[in-house]
Design a binder for this molecule. Structure first.
Ligand code: ATP
Length: 443
Protein backbone atom coordinates (compact mmCIF):
# COMPACT_ATOMS: atom_id res chain seq x y z
CA UNK A 1 0.00 0.00 0.00
CA UNK A 2 1.25 3.54 0.62
CA UNK A 3 4.98 3.20 -0.01
CA UNK A 4 7.55 5.95 -0.52
CA UNK A 5 7.13 7.56 2.88
CA UNK A 6 7.80 11.26 3.23
CA UNK A 7 11.01 12.22 5.01
CA UNK A 8 8.91 13.75 7.82
CA UNK A 9 7.21 10.39 8.39
CA UNK A 10 10.58 8.66 8.79
CA UNK A 11 12.13 11.40 10.92
CA UNK A 12 9.19 11.26 13.29
CA UNK A 13 9.13 7.44 13.44
CA UNK A 14 12.90 7.40 14.01
CA UNK A 15 12.62 9.84 16.92
CA UNK A 16 9.47 8.44 18.51
CA UNK A 17 10.65 4.83 18.49
CA UNK A 18 14.24 5.46 19.51
CA UNK A 19 16.16 4.99 16.26
CA UNK A 20 17.65 8.44 15.65
CA UNK A 21 17.57 11.70 17.61
CA UNK A 22 18.87 15.15 16.64
CA UNK A 23 22.40 15.62 18.06
CA UNK A 24 22.69 17.61 21.34
CA UNK A 25 18.93 18.10 21.23
CA UNK A 26 18.44 19.64 24.70
CA UNK A 27 20.77 22.47 23.62
CA UNK A 28 18.81 23.11 20.46
CA UNK A 29 20.82 20.65 18.39
CA UNK A 30 24.02 20.98 16.37
CA UNK A 31 23.54 21.16 12.61
CA UNK A 32 24.74 18.11 10.72
CA UNK A 33 24.88 15.76 13.71
CA UNK A 34 22.53 12.99 14.80
CA UNK A 35 22.58 10.54 17.68
CA UNK A 36 21.56 6.92 17.28
CA UNK A 37 19.21 5.63 19.96
CA UNK A 38 18.89 2.04 21.20
CA UNK A 39 17.12 0.69 18.09
CA UNK A 40 19.10 2.84 15.66
CA UNK A 41 22.47 1.73 16.96
CA UNK A 42 21.42 -1.90 16.67
CA UNK A 43 20.11 -1.44 13.14
CA UNK A 44 23.35 0.37 12.24
CA UNK A 45 25.53 -2.35 13.75
CA UNK A 46 23.51 -5.04 11.99
CA UNK A 47 24.06 -3.29 8.64
CA UNK A 48 27.78 -2.92 9.40
CA UNK A 49 28.07 -6.54 10.50
CA UNK A 50 26.37 -7.76 7.33
CA UNK A 51 28.80 -5.65 5.31
CA UNK A 52 31.83 -6.90 7.28
CA UNK A 53 30.72 -10.50 6.98
CA UNK A 54 30.08 -10.15 3.23
CA UNK A 55 33.19 -8.24 2.28
CA UNK A 56 35.75 -9.34 4.86
CA UNK A 57 34.88 -12.56 6.68
CA UNK A 58 33.45 -14.50 3.76
CA UNK A 59 36.35 -13.66 1.46
CA UNK A 60 39.95 -14.82 1.41
CA UNK A 61 41.30 -11.73 -0.31
CA UNK A 62 40.22 -9.09 2.21
CA UNK A 63 41.93 -7.72 5.34
CA UNK A 64 40.17 -5.60 7.93
CA UNK A 65 41.81 -2.61 9.64
CA UNK A 66 40.73 0.03 12.11
CA UNK A 67 43.08 2.99 11.76
CA UNK A 68 43.26 6.11 13.93
CA UNK A 69 41.00 8.98 12.93
CA UNK A 70 43.78 11.50 13.61
CA UNK A 71 46.61 11.06 11.15
CA UNK A 72 49.89 12.78 10.46
CA UNK A 73 48.78 15.85 8.44
CA UNK A 74 51.36 15.02 5.79
CA UNK A 75 49.10 12.13 4.75
CA UNK A 76 46.31 14.58 3.80
CA UNK A 77 48.76 16.84 2.00
CA UNK A 78 50.01 13.87 -0.04
CA UNK A 79 46.51 12.65 -0.85
CA UNK A 80 45.56 16.06 -2.20
CA UNK A 81 42.88 16.74 0.40
CA UNK A 82 44.57 19.78 1.94
CA UNK A 83 44.70 21.51 -1.42
CA UNK A 84 41.75 19.93 -3.18
CA UNK A 85 39.03 18.58 -0.88
CA UNK A 86 36.73 21.49 -1.36
CA UNK A 87 33.28 22.45 -2.52
CA UNK A 88 32.43 25.57 -4.52
CA UNK A 89 30.67 28.06 -2.28
CA UNK A 90 28.63 31.18 -2.99
CA UNK A 91 27.66 33.82 -0.44
CA UNK A 92 24.50 35.90 -0.54
CA UNK A 93 25.24 39.65 -0.21
CA UNK A 94 21.85 40.16 1.43
CA UNK A 95 21.42 37.39 4.05
CA UNK A 96 25.15 36.47 4.25
CA UNK A 97 24.33 32.77 4.11
CA UNK A 98 26.56 30.42 2.11
CA UNK A 99 25.43 27.72 -0.31
CA UNK A 100 26.98 25.03 -2.49
CA UNK A 101 27.26 26.55 -5.98
CA UNK A 102 26.68 23.11 -7.54
CA UNK A 103 23.45 22.58 -5.56
CA UNK A 104 21.65 25.78 -6.56
CA UNK A 105 18.35 25.33 -8.35
CA UNK A 106 18.62 28.81 -9.83
CA UNK A 107 22.07 30.50 -9.77
CA UNK A 108 20.38 33.94 -9.70
CA UNK A 109 18.16 33.35 -6.67
CA UNK A 110 19.34 32.99 -3.09
CA UNK A 111 17.74 29.84 -1.59
CA UNK A 112 17.93 31.47 1.85
CA UNK A 113 16.22 34.87 1.46
CA UNK A 114 14.84 34.49 -2.05
CA UNK A 115 16.51 37.70 -3.36
CA UNK A 116 17.70 37.77 -6.93
CA UNK A 117 21.19 38.66 -8.09
CA UNK A 118 22.72 38.66 -4.60
CA UNK A 119 24.84 35.51 -4.88
CA UNK A 120 28.55 36.20 -5.31
CA UNK A 121 31.26 34.35 -7.23
CA UNK A 122 31.88 30.72 -6.31
CA UNK A 123 34.90 30.21 -4.03
CA UNK A 124 36.50 26.92 -3.00
CA UNK A 125 35.92 25.97 0.62
CA UNK A 126 37.97 23.16 2.19
CA UNK A 127 35.71 20.71 4.00
CA UNK A 128 38.23 19.17 6.38
CA UNK A 129 37.81 19.96 10.07
CA UNK A 130 41.04 21.18 11.64
CA UNK A 131 42.03 20.75 15.22
CA UNK A 132 45.18 21.08 17.33
CA UNK A 133 47.22 18.29 18.76
CA UNK A 134 49.25 18.83 21.92
CA UNK A 135 49.50 21.94 24.07
CA UNK A 136 50.64 24.52 21.50
CA UNK A 137 48.34 26.20 19.05
CA UNK A 138 50.81 27.02 16.30
CA UNK A 139 50.54 25.68 12.76
CA UNK A 140 52.88 22.76 13.36
CA UNK A 141 50.30 21.24 15.68
CA UNK A 142 47.39 21.32 13.22
CA UNK A 143 45.77 17.97 12.47
CA UNK A 144 42.65 17.11 10.51
CA UNK A 145 39.70 14.92 11.31
CA UNK A 146 39.77 12.45 8.43
CA UNK A 147 37.30 13.30 5.63
CA UNK A 148 37.22 9.67 4.45
CA UNK A 149 38.44 6.43 6.00
CA UNK A 150 40.53 5.59 2.91
CA UNK A 151 43.70 7.37 4.12
CA UNK A 152 44.05 5.02 7.08
CA UNK A 153 44.13 2.08 4.69
CA UNK A 154 46.71 3.49 2.26
CA UNK A 155 49.15 4.24 5.08
CA UNK A 156 48.74 0.65 6.33
CA UNK A 157 49.21 -0.98 2.92
CA UNK A 158 52.86 -1.82 3.61
CA UNK A 159 52.12 -3.08 7.14
CA UNK A 160 49.52 -5.55 5.90
CA UNK A 161 51.72 -6.71 3.01
CA UNK A 162 54.62 -7.29 5.43
CA UNK A 163 52.46 -9.17 7.96
CA UNK A 164 50.35 -11.30 5.63
CA UNK A 165 52.11 -11.44 2.21
CA UNK A 166 48.79 -11.32 0.33
CA UNK A 167 48.75 -12.06 -3.38
CA UNK A 168 47.32 -9.47 -5.77
CA UNK A 169 44.50 -8.74 -6.09
CA UNK A 170 43.58 -8.15 -2.43
CA UNK A 171 41.88 -5.46 -0.42
CA UNK A 172 41.76 -3.66 2.89
CA UNK A 173 38.43 -2.85 4.48
CA UNK A 174 37.48 -0.44 7.22
CA UNK A 175 34.37 0.86 8.94
CA UNK A 176 34.65 4.13 10.78
CA UNK A 177 33.86 7.76 11.27
CA UNK A 178 34.74 10.54 8.87
CA UNK A 179 34.12 14.26 9.17
CA UNK A 180 33.21 16.82 6.55
CA UNK A 181 32.42 20.44 7.19
CA UNK A 182 29.43 20.34 4.85
CA UNK A 183 28.21 23.82 4.01
CA UNK A 184 24.60 22.79 4.00
CA UNK A 185 23.93 19.61 5.98
CA UNK A 186 20.41 18.48 5.11
CA UNK A 187 17.89 15.76 4.53
CA UNK A 188 18.13 14.11 7.96
CA UNK A 189 21.08 11.69 8.10
CA UNK A 190 21.72 11.95 4.35
CA UNK A 191 24.18 14.84 4.52
CA UNK A 192 25.81 15.19 7.92
CA UNK A 193 29.09 16.59 9.20
CA UNK A 194 30.04 13.55 11.26
CA UNK A 195 29.45 10.46 9.17
CA UNK A 196 30.38 6.83 9.04
CA UNK A 197 31.78 4.95 6.08
CA UNK A 198 32.35 1.34 5.13
CA UNK A 199 35.17 1.39 2.61
CA UNK A 200 37.35 -1.00 0.66
CA UNK A 201 40.65 -0.28 -1.06
CA UNK A 202 41.10 -3.15 -3.49
CA UNK A 203 44.62 -3.41 -4.88
CA UNK A 204 45.09 -4.78 -8.40
CA UNK A 205 47.67 -5.01 -11.16
CA UNK A 206 47.14 -2.04 -13.53
CA UNK A 207 45.91 -4.37 -16.27
CA UNK A 208 43.25 -5.86 -13.97
CA UNK A 209 41.39 -2.73 -12.98
CA UNK A 210 38.47 -3.06 -15.37
CA UNK A 211 37.65 -6.63 -14.32
CA UNK A 212 37.89 -5.72 -10.64
CA UNK A 213 35.76 -2.61 -11.15
CA UNK A 214 33.08 -4.73 -12.82
CA UNK A 215 33.20 -7.39 -10.05
CA UNK A 216 32.78 -4.73 -7.36
CA UNK A 217 29.94 -3.13 -9.30
CA UNK A 218 28.11 -6.48 -9.15
CA UNK A 219 28.98 -7.02 -5.48
CA UNK A 220 27.56 -3.63 -4.59
CA UNK A 221 24.26 -4.48 -6.27
CA UNK A 222 24.18 -7.79 -4.40
CA UNK A 223 24.80 -6.03 -1.11
CA UNK A 224 21.99 -3.56 -1.90
CA UNK A 225 19.65 -6.51 -2.32
CA UNK A 226 20.92 -8.28 0.80
CA UNK A 227 20.36 -5.24 2.97
CA UNK A 228 16.80 -4.83 1.65
CA UNK A 229 16.97 -2.20 -1.12
CA UNK A 230 14.77 -3.07 -4.11
CA UNK A 231 16.55 -3.22 -7.50
CA UNK A 232 14.24 -0.61 -8.98
CA UNK A 233 15.27 2.00 -6.38
CA UNK A 234 19.03 1.71 -7.01
CA UNK A 235 20.49 3.38 -10.10
CA UNK A 236 23.95 3.80 -11.55
CA UNK A 237 25.31 7.14 -12.69
CA UNK A 238 28.51 7.27 -14.69
CA UNK A 239 30.22 10.37 -13.31
CA UNK A 240 31.53 12.74 -16.00
CA UNK A 241 35.31 13.36 -15.97
CA UNK A 242 34.90 17.00 -14.89
CA UNK A 243 32.77 15.93 -11.89
CA UNK A 244 35.05 13.17 -10.62
CA UNK A 245 37.21 13.49 -7.51
CA UNK A 246 40.80 14.57 -8.17
CA UNK A 247 42.14 11.00 -7.79
CA UNK A 248 39.60 9.15 -9.95
CA UNK A 249 39.82 7.91 -13.54
CA UNK A 250 36.38 6.33 -13.45
CA UNK A 251 33.53 6.73 -10.95
CA UNK A 252 30.06 5.28 -10.77
CA UNK A 253 27.67 6.76 -8.25
CA UNK A 254 25.08 4.35 -6.96
CA UNK A 255 21.99 6.48 -6.51
CA UNK A 256 18.86 5.74 -4.52
CA UNK A 257 15.33 7.10 -4.77
CA UNK A 258 15.11 8.97 -1.47
CA UNK A 259 11.94 10.89 -0.53
CA UNK A 260 13.82 14.08 -1.50
CA UNK A 261 14.88 12.78 -4.92
CA UNK A 262 17.40 10.49 -6.55
CA UNK A 263 20.68 11.04 -4.72
CA UNK A 264 24.08 9.41 -4.20
CA UNK A 265 23.98 6.37 -1.95
CA UNK A 266 27.44 4.88 -2.56
CA UNK A 267 30.43 5.48 -4.81
CA UNK A 268 32.69 3.16 -6.79
CA UNK A 269 35.93 4.74 -7.97
CA UNK A 270 39.04 3.68 -9.84
CA UNK A 271 41.73 5.63 -7.99
CA UNK A 272 44.61 4.37 -10.17
CA UNK A 273 47.94 4.31 -8.29
CA UNK A 274 47.35 7.93 -7.28
CA UNK A 275 47.30 7.36 -3.53
CA UNK A 276 50.07 4.81 -3.08
CA UNK A 277 52.37 6.73 -5.42
CA UNK A 278 51.61 10.02 -3.65
CA UNK A 279 52.20 8.51 -0.19
CA UNK A 280 55.37 6.84 -1.42
CA UNK A 281 56.73 10.13 -2.76
CA UNK A 282 55.75 12.12 0.34
CA UNK A 283 56.82 9.61 2.99
CA UNK A 284 59.99 8.42 1.28
CA UNK A 285 58.94 4.83 2.04
CA UNK A 286 58.66 2.33 -0.78
CA UNK A 287 55.05 1.23 -1.25
CA UNK A 288 55.95 -0.99 -4.18
CA UNK A 289 54.68 -4.53 -4.22
CA UNK A 290 56.84 -7.45 -5.32
CA UNK A 291 54.75 -9.55 -7.68
CA UNK A 292 55.82 -13.14 -7.02
CA UNK A 293 54.37 -14.30 -10.35
CA UNK A 294 56.15 -11.90 -12.65
CA UNK A 295 59.04 -11.01 -10.30
CA UNK A 296 58.14 -7.43 -11.07
CA UNK A 297 57.98 -4.56 -8.64
CA UNK A 298 54.90 -2.42 -9.07
CA UNK A 299 52.73 0.11 -7.30
CA UNK A 300 49.27 -1.49 -7.36
CA UNK A 301 46.23 0.34 -8.65
CA UNK A 302 43.10 0.69 -6.56
CA UNK A 303 39.37 0.13 -6.92
CA UNK A 304 37.42 1.78 -4.12
CA UNK A 305 33.84 0.88 -3.25
CA UNK A 306 32.68 3.38 -0.63
CA UNK A 307 29.47 2.94 1.34
CA UNK A 308 28.03 5.60 3.63
CA UNK A 309 26.50 3.91 6.69
CA UNK A 310 23.88 6.62 7.35
CA UNK A 311 22.81 6.82 3.72
CA UNK A 312 22.47 3.03 3.67
CA UNK A 313 20.43 3.03 6.86
CA UNK A 314 18.14 5.77 5.54
CA UNK A 315 17.65 3.83 2.28
CA UNK A 316 16.86 0.71 4.34
CA UNK A 317 14.17 2.63 6.28
CA UNK A 318 12.70 4.13 3.10
CA UNK A 319 12.58 0.68 1.47
CA UNK A 320 11.06 -1.05 4.49
CA UNK A 321 8.31 1.44 5.35
CA UNK A 322 4.80 0.17 4.64
CA UNK A 323 1.25 1.13 5.45
CA UNK A 324 -1.65 -1.27 5.10
CA UNK A 325 -5.02 -2.25 6.55
CA UNK A 326 -5.05 -4.98 9.13
CA UNK A 327 -8.07 -6.01 11.18
CA UNK A 328 -9.96 -2.97 9.89
CA UNK A 329 -7.27 -0.54 11.04
CA UNK A 330 -4.48 1.27 9.23
CA UNK A 331 -1.09 0.23 10.46
CA UNK A 332 2.45 1.22 9.58
CA UNK A 333 5.29 -1.25 9.76
CA UNK A 334 8.89 -1.73 8.71
CA UNK A 335 9.35 -4.79 6.49
CA UNK A 336 13.02 -5.03 7.50
CA UNK A 337 15.13 -7.95 6.44
CA UNK A 338 15.30 -10.05 9.65
CA UNK A 339 19.11 -9.98 9.40
CA UNK A 340 19.17 -6.23 10.01
CA UNK A 341 16.01 -5.88 12.14
CA UNK A 342 17.05 -4.61 15.61
CA UNK A 343 14.68 -7.02 17.37
CA UNK A 344 14.28 -10.52 15.93
CA UNK A 345 11.15 -11.53 17.85
CA UNK A 346 9.03 -10.39 20.78
CA UNK A 347 7.72 -12.77 23.41
CA UNK A 348 4.64 -11.94 25.38
CA UNK A 349 2.37 -13.59 27.96
CA UNK A 350 -1.28 -13.29 26.93
CA UNK A 351 -2.11 -11.76 30.31
CA UNK A 352 0.40 -10.06 32.54
CA UNK A 353 -1.47 -10.68 35.79
CA UNK A 354 -1.29 -14.48 35.57
CA UNK A 355 2.02 -15.50 37.15
CA UNK A 356 2.01 -18.96 35.55
CA UNK A 357 1.68 -17.41 32.05
CA UNK A 358 4.41 -14.89 32.80
CA UNK A 359 6.75 -17.59 34.12
CA UNK A 360 6.18 -19.79 31.05
CA UNK A 361 6.67 -16.82 28.69
CA UNK A 362 9.96 -15.98 30.45
CA UNK A 363 11.03 -19.57 29.90
CA UNK A 364 10.10 -19.40 26.20
CA UNK A 365 12.02 -16.14 25.82
CA UNK A 366 15.11 -17.63 27.45
CA UNK A 367 14.91 -20.64 25.11
CA UNK A 368 14.60 -18.40 22.02
CA UNK A 369 17.46 -16.20 23.19
CA UNK A 370 19.71 -19.20 22.60
CA UNK A 371 18.81 -18.82 18.91
CA UNK A 372 19.42 -15.06 18.99
CA UNK A 373 19.81 -12.71 21.97
CA UNK A 374 17.68 -9.92 20.44
CA UNK A 375 14.33 -11.32 21.64
CA UNK A 376 12.25 -8.59 23.24
CA UNK A 377 9.76 -8.85 26.09
CA UNK A 378 6.50 -6.91 26.13
CA UNK A 379 3.58 -7.40 28.50
CA UNK A 380 2.17 -3.86 28.34
CA UNK A 381 -1.36 -3.15 27.11
CA UNK A 382 -3.42 -5.51 25.01
CA UNK A 383 -1.90 -7.97 22.58
CA UNK A 384 -2.98 -5.98 19.51
CA UNK A 385 -1.11 -2.89 20.76
CA UNK A 386 1.98 -4.95 21.49
CA UNK A 387 1.93 -6.31 17.94
CA UNK A 388 1.60 -2.81 16.47
CA UNK A 389 4.53 -1.53 18.51
CA UNK A 390 6.72 -4.32 17.16
CA UNK A 391 5.42 -3.83 13.59
CA UNK A 392 6.50 -0.21 13.73
CA UNK A 393 10.10 -1.12 14.60
CA UNK A 394 10.26 -3.99 12.11
CA UNK A 395 10.26 -7.03 14.43
CA UNK A 396 9.64 -10.03 12.13
CA UNK A 397 7.86 -12.29 14.68
CA UNK A 398 5.68 -11.96 17.77
CA UNK A 399 5.29 -15.00 19.97
CA UNK A 400 2.48 -15.29 22.48
CA UNK A 401 2.23 -17.68 25.39
CA UNK A 402 -1.38 -18.49 26.40
CA UNK A 403 -3.28 -21.03 28.48
CA UNK A 404 -2.89 -23.68 25.79
CA UNK A 405 0.88 -23.34 26.15
CA UNK A 406 0.37 -24.33 29.78
CA UNK A 407 -1.68 -27.37 28.73
CA UNK A 408 -5.30 -26.19 28.98
CA UNK A 409 -5.83 -28.03 25.70
CA UNK A 410 -3.53 -31.00 26.33
CA UNK A 411 -2.50 -31.57 22.70
CA UNK A 412 -1.37 -27.93 22.50
CA UNK A 413 0.86 -28.02 25.57
CA UNK A 414 4.19 -26.29 24.95
CA UNK A 415 2.97 -24.69 21.75
CA UNK A 416 2.85 -20.92 21.15
CA UNK A 417 1.34 -18.62 18.57
CA UNK A 418 3.79 -17.09 16.15
CA UNK A 419 2.57 -13.99 14.33
CA UNK A 420 4.14 -12.91 11.09
CA UNK A 421 4.81 -9.15 10.86
CA UNK A 422 4.15 -8.79 7.13
CA UNK A 423 0.94 -10.81 6.83
CA UNK A 424 -0.39 -10.52 10.38
CA UNK A 425 -1.13 -14.26 10.18
CA UNK A 426 -0.71 -16.50 13.20
CA UNK A 427 0.32 -20.12 13.47
CA UNK A 428 0.41 -22.56 16.32
CA UNK A 429 3.93 -23.99 16.66
CA UNK A 430 6.00 -25.82 19.22
CA UNK A 431 8.64 -23.72 20.95
CA UNK A 432 11.33 -25.57 18.94
CA UNK A 433 9.52 -24.82 15.67
CA UNK A 434 9.26 -21.15 16.61
CA UNK A 435 13.01 -21.14 17.27
CA UNK A 436 13.61 -22.74 13.89
CA UNK A 437 11.52 -20.03 12.18
CA UNK A 438 13.74 -17.38 13.70
CA UNK A 439 16.92 -19.27 12.83
CA UNK A 440 15.79 -19.80 9.22
CA UNK A 441 14.90 -16.12 8.81
CA UNK A 442 18.41 -15.16 9.93
CA UNK A 443 20.33 -17.65 7.80
P1 ATP B 1 28.13 14.03 -2.20
O1 ATP B 1 28.37 14.31 -3.67
O2 ATP B 1 26.72 13.60 -1.89
O3 ATP B 1 28.65 15.11 -1.31
P2 ATP B 1 30.55 12.56 -2.29
O4 ATP B 1 30.61 12.18 -3.74
O5 ATP B 1 31.37 13.68 -1.81
O6 ATP B 1 29.02 12.76 -1.85
P3 ATP B 1 32.23 10.42 -1.48
O7 ATP B 1 33.38 11.32 -1.25
O8 ATP B 1 32.22 9.56 -2.70
O9 ATP B 1 30.86 11.28 -1.43
O10 ATP B 1 31.98 9.56 -0.15
C1 ATP B 1 31.68 8.20 -0.19
C2 ATP B 1 30.35 7.91 0.48
O11 ATP B 1 30.31 8.46 1.79
C3 ATP B 1 29.15 8.51 -0.23
O12 ATP B 1 28.74 7.69 -1.31
C4 ATP B 1 28.14 8.56 0.88
O13 ATP B 1 27.53 7.30 1.07
C5 ATP B 1 28.98 8.87 2.09
N1 ATP B 1 28.97 10.32 2.39
C6 ATP B 1 29.75 11.27 1.86
N2 ATP B 1 29.49 12.48 2.39
C7 ATP B 1 28.52 12.28 3.31
C8 ATP B 1 27.83 13.15 4.22
N3 ATP B 1 28.11 14.44 4.30
N4 ATP B 1 26.89 12.61 5.02
C9 ATP B 1 26.61 11.28 4.96
N5 ATP B 1 27.23 10.43 4.13
C10 ATP B 1 28.17 10.90 3.31
Amino acid sequence: MAQNPSLDTLVSLAKRRGFIYPGSEIYGGLAGTYDYGPLGVTLKKNIENLWWRTFVEERDDMYGVDAAILMNPKAWEASGHVSGFSDPLVECANCKKRFRADHLEDPNTCPGCGKQGTLGEARQFNMMFKTQIGATEDESATVYLRPETAGGMFVNFKNVVDSFHPKLPFGLAQIGKAFRNEIAPRDFIFRVRELEQMEVEYFVRPTEWEAAFEAWRQSMHEFAKAVGLPDESVHELEVAPEDRAHYSKRTIDFEFDYPFGRKELWGLAYRTDFDLSAHQAASGQSLAYMDEETKEKLVPHVIEPSFGVGRTLLAVLVSAYREDELGGETRSYLALNPKVAPVKAMVSPLLKNKPELVAKAREVRAALQKVHPAIAWDDNGNIGKRYRRQDEIGTPFCITVDFDTLGETPEQKDTVTLRNRDTGEQERLTIEEAGKRIRDALS
